[in-house]
Design a protein around this ligand. Structure first.
Ligand code: AMP
Length: 308
């Protein structure tokens, strides 16, 4: 984690929600969740974060205080009449597959994201999982974007695939999970899917494969990052968002985009995701120390390095 002095902030838009989650290791209800929450918390390990989203009147203020206490600026988080976004899901022993029980968009349905003027010139942007129209509305307000990453999920591919594609055409990098890449590109081959997504315009695509790690593809390179081997995974919710937030947070911290730094960013993303899944909601991420991240990054390097 070098070059602290040059670090640039990141702007993140995505869902902010209250989740009900069931895994073989427990059940939690109404806990902090949402793509923007996981990704902002992960990015805040590396740099300052500007969060854009919406919550309802029922959203506990302690969560906003949690963000503010870790240099996540919530001036772009609107509180409007109505209920907060809610997602309910469960996992079986194969925790790579989330099963959605219900998605209640609530205040997300009529949200019009307004980026505060002081955030408009942010260079590093993460369009986390949210309605693609909202991702586009954020893109339209940016004045100096340098590196934009976008994510999505099957819910939006089912309901507004064309809009998701419109978003992907306007960004530098796409993060997407394996099942969603296959769905979007209508092919069982992740290599073909990656190529198809690159053809839309982004210079880089990262396909997340849960416990099997992630692959980063660019026009000329293919890089594989394992997931950190854990004996106990309690709740995989938010792993993908954590990965992407950590990856972009690292890129913004070093503010120097090249192949090696992008590879390091992918490893950092994988390291941070490995902490999220150790406990429910953001419980583990909330107490994560930078020193732990550095140690696990070193272990990941050792695990994948081989002498000639
Ligand atoms: P992940 O496990 O990284 O894919 O993200 C899980 C988070 O995504 C949960 O905390 C949910 O609140 C959030 N989520 C679930 N469905 C949606 C959706 N349709 N749009 C935006 N966020 C969602």
């Amino acid at each position: 984690m070098n070059r602290e002095c040059n670090k640039k902030p990141v702007l993140i838009v995505g869902s902010i929600g209250l989740d009900d989650i069931e895994t073989p290791f427990g059940i939690v209800k109404g806990v902090l969740g949402g793509a923007a929450c996981y990704s902002s918390t992960a990015a805040s390990i590396f740099t300052d974060v500007r969060m854009i989203g919406v919550v309802g009147e029922d959203f506990p203020t302690e969560h906003i205080e949690f963000f503010n206490n870790r240099d996540i600026d919530t001036r772009g988080v609107a509180r409007i009449p109505g209920e907060t976004f809610r997602w309910s899901g469960y996992y079986e022993y194969d925790m790579n597959q989330a099963h959605t029980r219900s998605t209640d968009l609530n205040v997300l349905e009529n949200f019009n994201p307004i980026i505060p003027d002081v955030f408009k010139d942010t260079e590093y942007i993460f369009l986390a999982n949210i309605h693609p129209e909202l991702q586009l509305a954020v893109l339209d307000q940016l004045t100096a974007p340098k590196f934009i990453v976008a994510d999505t999920m099957n819910f939006w591919l089912d309901s507004c695939r064309d809009k998701v594609i419109e978003v992907f055409k306007r960004v530098n990098a796409v993060t997407i999970n394996d099942a969603e890449a296959r769905q979007l590109c209508n092919t069982p081959s992740l290599v073909k899917a990656g190529r198809q997504i690159l053809e839309l315009g982004p210079e880089m695509v990262v396909i997340k494969k849960g416990e099997h790690g992630a692959v980063m593809m660019t026009a000329d390179n293919y890089f594989v990052a394992p997931s950190f081997p854990l004996e106990e995974v309690k709740d995989p919710t938010g792993a993908g968002d954590t990965f992407a937030g950590g990856m972009l947070g690292y890129i913004a911290r070093i503010d120097d985009i090249n192949e090696n730094n992008l590879r390091k960013a992918v490893i950092y993303g994988s390291v941070l995701a490995s902490y999220t899944v150790e406990d429910f909601s953001l419980n583990r991420l909330a107490v994560l120390e930078p020193g732990e991240v550095i140690c696990r990054f070193a272990e990941m390097r050792r695990m994948t390095f081989v002498n000639e």
